[in-house]
Design a protein. Structure first.
Length: 100
C-alpha cells in the first residue's frame, strides 16, 4: 500500500474494532512515534473511533496547527461521528470555515 500513514491508522482502528486492544494500542503508539509531525489528523481519527474525545480534539488542534490537509474531511469523515455532539466540534468547524 503506498500510504503507510493511512495504513498505520487503519491498523489501530481495525484492531480496536476487533477487540484487540493491546494490538490497537501498539499500532497507535507506533503511529504517533512515526507520524506525530505529519499525521495529526489520522491520529485524531483513531482517538475519535475509540471514543477518546479529549485526545481526539488535542490531535485535531495539532492538525490545525500543522495545516494538515485531512482537515478538509472533518465535517464528513465518519470516523469523527463520535465527536459531532461535542461543542468543540462545532467550534472546530467554525475555525475551519466549514459551516454546520
Amino acid at each position: 500500500m503506498p500510504y503507510p500513514l493511512v495504513r498505520a491508522s487503519l491498523y489501530a482502528i481495525a484492531y480496536y474494532a476487533l477487540g484487540r486492544e493491546r494490538e490497537s494500542h501498539a499500532a497507535l503508539s507506533e503511529l504517533i512515534a512515526k507520524y506525530y509531525a505529519s499525521g495529526a489528523y489520522q491520529i485524531a481519527l483513531v482517538y475519535a473511533f475509540r471514543n477518546q474525545s479529549d485526545k481526539a480534539f488535542e490531535w485535531l488542534d495539532r492538525a490545525y496547527s500543522q495545516r494538515d490537509g485531512g482537515l478538509t474531511e472533518t465535517k464528513v469523515d465518519p470516523l469523527l461521528k463520535s465527536l459531532h455532539n461535542d461543542p468543540r466540534f462545532a467550534e472546530l468547524l467554525k475555525k475551519l470555515n466549514l459551516p454546520n
